[in-house]
Design a protein around this ligand. Structure first.
Ligand SMILES: [Zn+2]
Length: 129
């Protein structure tokens, strides 16, 4: 495949909009602020990535001490167990608090409440209410 063919193939992968942008005569868009979906970039070729770990790993050269270290690590991997406490934590119990300003009731995580008598909700803090 020569260069021209390669370029043609690459160009055919682009959408019409992208082609216009590349050529520089795309109609100028107004900037959108805030709401609305945005087109995410770099969504192409995400699935094309291949795991090259094995390839790289096999091309590496280790010294004797490094090999011994790797072997020791493998051994500990085999014998080690998962942390028995893993996933055993119970979910946080939320506390009921009343906003000092708007006096609405809220259920919040206790770590966010320093003084229940003087607690203020987010809406009051940010001035939305
Ligand atoms: Zn409030």
């Amino acid at each position: 495949m020569d260069k021209k063919e390669k370029i043609m193939e690459l160009l055919s992968q682009l959408s019409e909009q992208e082609l216009k942008e590349v050529l520089g005569n795309a109609p100028s868009k107004k900037r959108r602020r805030g709401k609305g979906k945005r087109k995410s970039r770099n969504t192409k070729n995400v699935n094309d990535s291949t795991n090259k770990f094995e390839e790289i790993y096999s091309s590496l050269k280790f010294s004797d001490s490094e090999l011994a270290e790797l072997k020791a690590a493998e051994e500990t991997d085999k014998t080690s167990k998962l942390n028995p406490l893993r996933g055993g934590r119970s979910p946080v119990k939320k506390v009921k608090v009343r906003c000092d300003k708007c006096s609405n009731k809220f259920k919040v995580v206790p770590s966010l409440v320093q003084n229940a008598a003087r607690w203020t909700c987010n809406d009051c803090l940010t001035g939305r209410r």
